[in-house]
Design a protein around this ligand. Sequence first.
Ligand code: SF4
Length: 604
Amino acid sequence: MFQGGYQGRYLRIDLSQGKVKIEKLDEEVARKYWGGRGWGGYLLLKELGSRVDPFSPENKIFFLTGPLQGTLTPYSPRFVILTKSPLSGTFTRAVSGGQWAPELKFAGYDGIIIEGRSQKPVYIFIDDEKVEIRNAVHLWGKPTGETESLIKEELKDKTVRVISIGPAGEKRVRFASVIHESRAAARGGTGAVLGSKNLKAIAVRGTGNVEVADLLRFKSLLVEAYKAIKNDPASPARIKYGTTATVAVAHELGVIPVKNFSRGEFEGIEGLIAETMKEKIVIHDESCFACALPCGKLSLIREGPYAGTVLQGPQYETIGLLGSNCGISDIEVVARANYLCNEFGMDTISTGNVIAYAMESFHKGILTKQDTDGMEVRFGDANVLLSLVDRIAKREGLGNKLAEGVKAFSQELGREAEKFAMHSKGQEFASFEPRSVVGMGLLFATASTGANHSLGPTFREEMKNPLTGKGKAKIVVENQNSYCLMDSLVYCSFSRYGLTNLSRMQFLSAVTGWNYTPEEIENQTHRIYTAERLFNLREGFSKRDDTLPFRSLFEPMPDSPSRGNIVPLDEMLPEYYALRGWDKEGKPTKERLEELGISEFIDW
Ligand code: SF4
């Protein structure tokens, strides 16, 4: 019996049959995996058949919260989407904030499992106990902003919370995202899986509440946490600039990617830094539900060819990938490309990568005007960038090939072209040049989703010695585990401003009445990460996939403070496996799985 936090039930919606069921959340599963990412990894192992096609009705997609959503726990208004990725074929998880997760909890559910495929476009409306699968034929083809507005109009309620896909998801662009009020659950192609199921959106209205087991303790924790957030030395810059505060420092260290990760110095960086963005386009700070650190920046382009563009962002990752990585030095162009990606429902990180990849291929003569619909696909050309964003979303011409992701496109071009295709396991690199911060290289190589920064970034911990592999395996394992904790309880990763794992767990204890020893927490986070590894092994991944592109491993960095450096992956990987309790081939041993309590999922 749950004392607080959880609603103790979730929805199972079968789109093939048009059936909705309410199921009970098993308390033992919740105690063992918490929620969000942990619960999703367990469900993927338990419910998904081996080697299913991500676009088939047999693939399932989970929208999960955890114990804290809907309470006032700082940094907790988030949900996690989990499925088998159509981009990488691995486990994938995408996270977003905003207002949707608390609303789902207020409606009385901890999560939603979607299975099957609808015959025609539909959207789901959850109105407390009433759950409907509604016609969405009139919404198909609409951008995400318009979709949200039309659904609110149709339901005659502006406060209904909506998540939706855009035309890119409908066309199964393999890195399509899910959008909620201009925020993206971006990585891994979750939007394309929704598109394959003909599911356009999920709207929620909830009028209930979430119980807290020990209200007095919870209140005193809240007071302490708000003080700690206010007093954190990094909070003021994060509130003033959001994640763009990182742009200048990342460039100083050669970390922000430049021209398809070919170098570390970018002559146009001044046009992209936080001060420039604040001065030119930011008009307002925004926050998710009840968050004390309003890191969202509402931006407006006031004049010029993109005048009237309004969006939340761009953030550091987007500036790196759609900006310097494509040779673009104008924040308004980046903002416009970001806006288009959001409206089409497309991950800005993967989009920036595939476009930069096409630009380098054109520069090298591997692609010619015959392959590019007559365009000169050159670094720094704003019109080319914006045109390719449009073509990818619509799968037109070259865009249709880029929509398959950088791995698939590079394989089509051939071996030499694969050397500078910047991905791991098919997931395009996040905005960190691993030759300049090598622990990030190990993170990209071993992350269960492929190259995703948000599975445990080590950038800050590595600042003092970013170029050596020594000691990095330990930092990567610790950070990956810490992100398992955050993603499963489901905290925002910016909760590092003012919270620690200890205070995060204190909130869990006050809300649910559950207590864990440090050893149990350590075990639990290893369990969550290892469950994702088991899923990937079952799907055919192995040690040979824990790798990086040729450029990261063999092409020395040409400039910046990391000039001459490469990622010493071979040096770091064996130590990483040992720390995880996996064998030399990166496979968890039977003893380790028994220790972690997940041997039920193995057949070796
Ligand atoms: S820190 Fe920013 S992204 Fe995180 S919960 Fe607060 S407003 Fe949302």
